[in-house]
Design a protein around this ligand. Structure first.
Ligand SMILES: Nc1ncnc2c1ncn2[C@@H]1O[C@H](COP(=O)(O)OP(=O)(O)OP(=O)(O)O)[C@@H](O)[C@H]1O
Length: 307
């Protein structure tokens, strides 16, 4: 049976009159990497802050290890590691001192793994934190979190400021955590990162979860671009389920360009075949296309629910 590590049910959070979280529902299961994605200001960090017991929810429920995140925050913190998107360090402490301080806060000790991570992430631990770049500040928090023995790792846009090699190193470590059966909640804007690491994804927009599902389920929501020319007229194709943006060619008869939901590609191709295909070009969909559709406020969720 799947063990639920994080459970969020109709979570709401208001700041005065502004409702930052309107309706957030998703679970993170044991041993999975759950990707939490959405545009700037959509509510990812607010959700994470509620989970960490930093902010009190205005409505709904949130539990970690079946314990209420607000009432049992201290007990929960003993089993989680967290990296914020914007890391604050004490300027007069060195990076090494800062890592040890963060470990201590989590009741952890500097270990051989900590040294390995410092080496791998190429951090000079003797330098004062005030001299660090944004990327180096981020590395301090990542090293402390990754060398923490935890059951749940929460990363809020953890690779902002890291160069591509370091980003890849981070991904390698997250996949290693997954192999160890750890659970990970990862908020990210980097779609390749999400695609590479996440088992399931939740898309948040304006304080609401608009989609959750596995990567495969998400792929079913993508759209193929089709350019087709047939012998017989294309009449009726535009009305088929899953066909969007049908545009007949102005100069060439029986030629058109349109998009098709991946889930509907089979039936649409069957209809086109009946009209005798002369030329066909399909562009395979990417998850990026889907995400951009959701990021775009004017289009997006059209009643899909893969959960
Ligand atoms: N303490 C606060 N007081 C008032 N409004 C807030 C507060 N914290 C967040 N907000 C607002 O809540 C909304 C959600 O913010 P949040 O930081 O959760 O978004 P996000 O998805 O993490 O964005 P980003 O990708 O830019 O980090 C935003 O409109 C933000 O301005």
């Amino acid at each position: 049976m799947t063990q639920t590590i994080v459970s969020i049910h109709h979570l709401q959070k208001s700041f005065g009159k502004f409702q930052a979280l309107k309706d957030i529902t998703f679970d993170v299961n044991a041993g999975e990497v759950f990707g939490f994605i959405g545009p700037n200001g959509s509510g990812k960090s607010t959700t994470i802050r509620v989970l960490l017991g930093i902010l009190k929810a205005s409505g709904g429920q949130a539990t970690i290890f079946s314990q209420d995140v607000w009432q049992k925050a201290v007990a929960i913190h003993n089993h989680i590691a967290y990296v914020p998107g914007d890391v604050y360090l004490w300027p007069n402490l060195t990076g090494g001192e800062m890592i040890d301080f963060l470990l201590k806060l989590n009741h952890q000790k500097h270990s051989a793994k900590t040294d390995e991570l410092i080496h791998e992430f190429e951090l000079d631990p003797k330098k004062k934190s005030r001299t660090y770049s944004k990327g180096n500040r981020q590395k301090v928090a990542l090293i402390a979190a990754l060398s923490t023995e935890a059951d749940l790792y929460i990363f809020d846009e953890p690779t902002s400021g890291l160069d591509p090699l370091m980003e890849e190193l981070f991904q390698k470590h997250v996949l290693a955590l997954k192999r160890l059966g750890k659970s990970v909640l990862l908020s990210s804007h980097i779609l390749s990162e999400v695609e590479r690491m996440c088992d399931r994804i939740g898309i948040i927009r304006a304080g609401e979860i608009v989609e959750t599902g596995t990567l495969d389920q998400m792929r079913q929501l993508t759209r193929n671009q089709v350019i087709v020319q047939t012998k017989q007229a294309l009449t009726g194709i535009e009305a088929l389920t899953g066909v969007h943006g049908f545009k007949p060619d102005e100069h060439i008869a029986n030629k058109a360009v349109f998009a098709v939901d991946t889930a509907q590609i089979g039936p649409v191709m069957a209809e086109l075949t009946q009209r005798e295909i002369v030329a066909l070009q399909t562009t395979p969909p990417t998850l990026e296309d889907l995400f951009i559709r959701y990021y775009n406020h004017t289009e997006g969720a059209e009643g899909h629910d893969t959960k």
